[in-house]
Design a protein around this ligand. Structure first.
Ligand code: HEM
Length: 356
């Protein structure tokens, strides 16, 4: 799971770039689930294209302010059209190759009568295309759009959630110590912690820590933009029909109207009460709400739990020598990423030590 060996190799005195490790990990995990491999050719181009797509599809853009023919003219003038075309060029050939490869593998399996034991998301989508669904027909462009959506929505978000959680734990050593104690107690003596171990253990404090990190650092702070269907009034402002609406989850989840000492990292605030992130408590919606709510919530939470447990079970974490305070600044942009990479020292803790 987490590159425990890679981190261990760095030794306790060399800081590891945890931001990089976590983002590579989430991308590799998603690629494996989506199309069955963790590395592909043109990977940097693909990931750069995905980032461009996120930037172009989120936030404010001048063409959005107009609803007439001016929108398409402005899209050309402001470079938005050019950006979308280069994004298409970067990602389309990669997706084309992946789909072709899986189609050949499926055809080969049919020919030889072999079972597809490693079925992945692309296989499932091709299967749906072959069956033909009259209500929700799937064709190749839709498969590509689905892959792009999953890659864009599922990698940066999980990686960012993990790196902010580790950042808050470093800043709050008592919380880190309490969590590590529970994790090491739950998995006493195990050489590695597996998904099965995690399900059996159900470490409640970890869930509270993750909730609190997502409250302070929601990875998609403005959610996915909505369009109003009818004219409506909010706080005395008239919102016309077909307006682009952005919901500022970041501000809402730090609003003192709903949260006591909102700027403090206090996982215990979730101990009592039933606030969860399933979209029915509007003061806390890091995964959004309603029909466009994150469909990857279970996958995202499970991978976050497993990565955090591995990091906290196997290592003690500290700031690099000579650094007394962690930079908690956010990078400009619409995803809330750290301004500087998270560099930390990792001191290995042997499973045998956890059994003491
Ligand atoms: C901690 C991790 C994650 C967080 C915090 C997160 C958060 C979100 C949020 C806030 C939205 C927008 C919801 C709305 O507007 O109501 C969203 C949409 C989405 N998420 Fe996630 N997500 C995470 C992980 C994932 C993963 C791992 C996947 C895929 C495996 C995924 C797939 C998607 C998809 C496909 C959408 C819909 C995009 C669209 O509507 O076009 N997410 N996510």
């Amino acid at each position: 799971m987490v590159r425990v060996e890679q981190i261990r190799k760095a030794g306790p005195s060399t800081p590891v770039n945890l931001s990089l490790i976590l983002h590579e990990l989430t991308t590799a995990m998603l690629l494996r689930a989506a199309w069955g491999k963790t590395r592909i050719k043109n990977m940097p181009e693909l990931l750069a294209g995905v980032r461009t797509g996120i930037a172009l599809s989120s936030g404010f853009s001048v063409p959005d302010l107009f609803q007439t023919w001016r929108r398409s003219v402005l899209a050309a003038v402001t470079g938005m059209k050019r950006g979308l075309e280069s994004l298409h060029k970067a990602v389309d050939s990669v997706f084309e190759e992946v789909i072709e490869e899986r189609m050949c593998a499926r055809a080969e399996n049919v020919k030889t009568g072999a079972e597809n034991v490693d079925e992945n998301l692309v296989d499932v989508l091709i299967g749906m295309q072959e069956k033909g669904d009259s209500v929700f027909p799937i064709d190749k462009p839709r498969i590509k759009a689905f892959l792009l959506d999953t890659l864009a929505a599922g990698t940066g978000t999980s990686g960012s959630a993990m790196e902010w959680t580790m950042s808050e734990l470093i800043r709050n050593p008592k919380v880190m110590a309490k969590l590590q104690e529970q994790i090491r107690e739950a998995f006493r003596g195990k050489a590695v912690v597996t998904e099965g171990d995690m399900q059996a253990a159900d470490i409640r404090y970890l869930k509270l820590v993750m909730k609190e990190a997502l409250r302070l650092h929601p990875p998609a702070p403005l959610l996915v933009g909505r369009e109003s269907i009818d004219v409506c009034e909010v706080d005395g402002y008239t919102i016309t029909a077909k307006s682009r609406v952005l919901v500022n989850v970041w501000a809402i989840s730090q609003d003192p109207k709903y949260w006591d000492a909102p700027e403090e990292f206090k996982p215990e605030r979730f101990e009592k009460g039933d606030i969860d992130f399933m979209g029915s408590h509007y003061e806390f919606t890091p995964f959004g709400a309603g029909r466009r709510m994150c469909p990857g919530i279970s996958y995202g939470l499970a991978s976050m739990e497993l990565a955090l447990v591995s990091l906290l079970y196997h290592f003690d974490w500290s700031l690099p020598e000579g650094v007394s305070e962690l930079d908690m600044g956010e990078a400009p942009g619409l995803g809330v990423r750290r301004r500087s990479p998270l560099l930390l020292r990792a001191t290995p803790v042997l499973p045998a030590d956890c059994a003491e």
